[in-house]
Design a protein around this ligand. Structure first.
Ligand code: ADP
Length: 480
């Protein structure tokens, strides 16, 4: 078995197994065709994976940082060596354009490189003691078995951002990939197997949507799982969080966003348009940090709208992600497409004007859409859009726009374009979000902390802070 063929079995305790629940289909969103069927794991299968991860933890936790760093580097290299194969699988199951898929594999690999380096810097402290007879230090220790639940929009990168930190800290993992995109997670398991990750350290347990609640409950409630790391919708995140209470697990949650994207009068218009394009249309708008509400100052509104429309016309090409030149793939599935279409229709019937697009284009394709005259009470301004739809909202003052930007219970990312230095400081500090882009539409990188405020989640991923999620701080006091 190699990465050249599609891997469809679960990976539990170092062996490739059928699921006790049979199989479930994985579809290509570009064509609607079934790509293959994947093992549908039951709670019994999951229990075996948790057992395997627990057993592996007893030795993995004692590996040296050098040993873990070496293995993480090998995973990084193997991901890069197999970039093209994994990217093709990713495009087939997710629909994203091949170039973006290849970029995502590189992004995933970057986390293994980063945490291979960070694992060697898990320093403790020496604490000056107030008592002459005591010496005090802190050390970091791994938390234990990590449950990793990943989404379909960045199925290899989100997995990598969690698993790299978990392994670096000395944890073992049970991964439950999204049912739309289990194939790259299984490819990742193959990569781990091929570079010699010890048996049970990484387990992948796919399951169908019908079984996800049972699997989710068990991951939350098992006393043998010590941290739950989830990326997905706010609703599911809250459900999982409440379920983790019984075992008082650590949780790391990366949930939905509602990013404001603000264009002030002093903005450089070229930069603002380029930022809008990348922030809004990357992954066909299906990112949690995408520009969800685009606020444009009344003095530059007309210019911004006409330039954005022209840029959309010249730069966006919708189609099958495997075709050269395509940069807008399909929406992931029918459910998401219908959700998106309904929001657009509601917004238009509430009075917004369609400048571009505004409808589905057959299959799961949705036309890149630009709407003006959107007001904060309309459907598109109140919900996470998750599609290639740019709603433009006009504003008059900084005070007004900051207040509107913060009128949401989610606070993941926020962006604004301004060349007024005082305004830059004021607005960067005032936005109630975990990440701010100032004259920049692309934020995510392994070196910086990713995470939200309010209902957008708990904890940080990537950066030196990402390791903290997977380790406990222990204080040791010596009497002398
Ligand atoms: P979306 O609605 O975009 O598919 P979800 O939050 O439903 O986003 O999905 C993100 C991940 O959460 C997927 O892996 C999905 O299978 C998983 N998931 C959904 N519901 C549950 C649940 N009740 N327990 C555990 N995982 C779940």
């Amino acid at each position: 078995m190699s990465l050249q063929e599609l891997l469809t079995k679960a990976y539990i305790g170092g062996s490739w197994r059928a699921g006790r629940g049979g199989t479930f289909p994985v579809y290509d969103p570009a064509t609607g065709e079934e790509i293959t069927r994947v093992a549908d794991c039951t709670v019994e299968d999951l229990d075996e994976a948790i057992e395997a991860a627990s057993e592996a933890y007893s030795s993995w936790r004692h590996t040296t940082v050098k040993q873990r760093a070496t293995l993480l580097h090998k995973i990084q290299v193997a991901l890069l060596d197999n970039k093209d194969t994994i990217a093709t699988t990713l495009t087939r199951e997710n629909g994203k354009p091949k170039a973006e898929a290849a970029g995502e594999v590189m992004f995933a690999a970057s986390f293994f490189e980063w945490f291979a380096e960070e694992t060697r810097r898990q320093y403790g402290e020496t604490i000056p003691s107030a008592a002459a007879t005591k010496r005090m230090i802190t050390v970091r220790q791994p938390v234990g078995v990590a449950a990793v639940i990943t989404p379909w929009n960045f199925p290899i990168a989100m997995l990598a951002r969690k698993v790299s930190a978990a392994l670096a800290a000395g944890c073992t993992c049970v991964i439950k990939p999204a049912e739309d995109t289990p194939l790259v997670a299984l490819a990742f398991a193959k990569v781990c197997e091929s570079v010699g990750v010890p048996v049970g350290v990484v387990n992948v347990v796919p399951c169908s949507r019908g079984r996800v609640q049972q699997i989710g409950s068990r991951l939350c409630e098992s006393p043998k799982v010590h941290i739950l790391s989830f990326t997905g919708s706010t609703a599911v995140g809250k459900w999982l969080y409440s379920r983790c209470g019984s075992t008082l697990k650590k949780v790391s949650l990366e949930l939905g966003g509602d990013a404001p994207f603000i264009v002030f009068p002093s903005a450089n218009m070229d930069t603002a348009i380029a930022g809008t394009m990348v922030c809004k249309f990357r992954n066909t708008g299906q990112t949690c940090v995408t520009a969800n509400r685009i606020f444009v100052h009344e003095s530059v509104y007309e210019e911004f709208v006409s330039r954005l429309a022209k840029t959309m016309d010249s730069e966006l090409k919708v189609g099958n992600g495997l075709d050269l030149g395509v940069n807008q793939g399909p929406i992931i599935n029918q459910r998401q497409l219908e959700r998106l279409d309904k929001m657009v229709r509601e917004t238009v019937s509430a009075g917004a004007q369609v400048v571009r697009g505004g409808a589905s284009q057959g299959g799961l394709y949705y036309a890149p859409t630009l709407l003006t005259g959107v007001t904060p009470d309309m459907a598109l301004a109140k919900n996470e859009i998750f599609g290639p739809v740019a709603p433009i909202i006009k504003f008059s003052t900084e005070e007004e726009v900051v207040s509107l930007a913060n009128t949401t219970d989610r606070g993941l990312a926020g962006y604004f374009y301004s060349n007024d230095l005082s305004q830059v400081w004021r607005v960067a500090e005032a936005l109630e979000v975990g990440m701010v882009g100032v004259n920049e539409g692309l934020l995510s990188t392994c070196e910086a902390p990713f995470g939200g405020f309010k209902h957008s989640g708990l904890g940080k991923e990537g950066s030196k802070h990402g390791l903290d999620e997977y380790s406990n701080l222990k204080y040791i006091c010596f009497g002398v």
